[in-house]
Design a binder for this molecule. Structure first.
Ligand code: B12
Length: 225
């Protein structure tokens, strides 16, 4: 049984995460996900953490104030890991943090997102949220075995009613360069991969600078608007 003060401390941890840019925070019961074996009771609360463009400002502030972070080979993963430690480190309720990046096996966060009702998984392998469209990222899953999670209804299947599904030919076009692309291939063919996301009629595109960062586009190249 978890008391009100403990719920308040969880809320504080989530508030810290939100302040650092993790503005997508989706709670659900573990029983909703079948795609991944999670050692926790069926009713356990899981919280999927991610972000929209809201991450950019706090991330930039952190980069400006830390030479170590700026010079890191993967500053964003490092920033998120540090933020999660800061937010959840002091939390005295049993919990497990599962990161969506780093060493395999990685949790299939898109399927978890789909099954937990946060956002529908579309035909171009992007989750499409009713408000953010495909312009949001998934970073981590928090599992709290002693708290109960809510049962969340299925997310609206936006792609099923999307006229012509313009992301599909663009996804196929992006695969022309490599049928089994690596992240390096995505960075090299960033125009084609950005076009896949841009084809979606939903959501608010990231800023040009954020797109430049996520797709590793050099400052000598222009990002199409
Ligand atoms: C590995 C990976 C990739 C690989 C995919 C290779 C592959 N065959 O799986 C590559 C490097 C190609 C890739 C590309 C991109 N990715 Co990626 N990727 C991941 C990562 C780190 C792990 C995926 C994984 O291994 N899942 C486990 C397997 C077992 O799950 P699965 O259900 O079988 O497969 C899922 C995905 O792997 C993907 N997938 C499966 N096969 C293929 C093949 C291709 C060609 C692509 C593109 C995707 C893909 O779709 C499945 C669900 O539909 C996830 C984060 C995570 N932990 O989920 C991000 C993630 C899925 N990627 C993401 C994004 C945004 C991208 C990019 C736009 C790059 C970018 N700038 O961030 C591009 C293009 C994506 C697109 N659809 O247009 C987001 C998606 C957000 C969303 N709204 O859905 C995630 C969640 C990361 C994040 N920080 O948010 N990615």
């Amino acid at each position: 049984m978890v008391s009100g003060p403990q719920e308040a401390r969880l809320a504080k941890a989530l508030e810290t995460a939100r302040g650092g840019g993790l503005d997508v925070q989706h709670a659900f019961a573990r029983r909703q996900i079948a795609c991944w074996k999670l050692d926790a009771p069926a009713q356990a609360r899981c919280i999927l953490l991610g972000h929209t463009g809201a991450l950019w400002e706090p991330f930039q502030t952190a980069l400006t104030s830390s030479n170590t972070l700026r010079n890191h080979s993967d500053p964003l993963d490092t920033y998120i890991t540090d933020l999660l430690k800061r937010a959840f480190g002091p939390l005295d309720i049993p919990h497990r943090l599962i990161l969506g990046y780093g060493e395999p096996p990685l949790p299939p966060l898109q399927r978890i997102c789909h099954e937990s009702g946060l956002a529908h998984l579309g035909p171009a392998h992007l989750c499409v949220h009713p408000e953010h469209g495909p312009w949001f990222a998934l970073r981590a899953l928090v599992v709290l075995p002693d708290l109960e999670g809510p049962d969340v209804p299925t997310a609206p299947p936006l792609c099923q009613s999307c006229h012509g599904q313009p992301c599909v030919p663009r996804f196929e076009a992006a695969l022309q360069a490599s049928t089994h692309p690596t992240l390096q291939d995505v960075h090299q063919g960033w125009r084609a991969w950005l076009a896949v996301r841009d084809a979606c009629p939903h959501g608010l595109r990231y800023s040009t600078e954020q797109i430049r960062f996520h797709y590793s586009v050099s400052h000598t190249e222009d990002i199409p608007s």
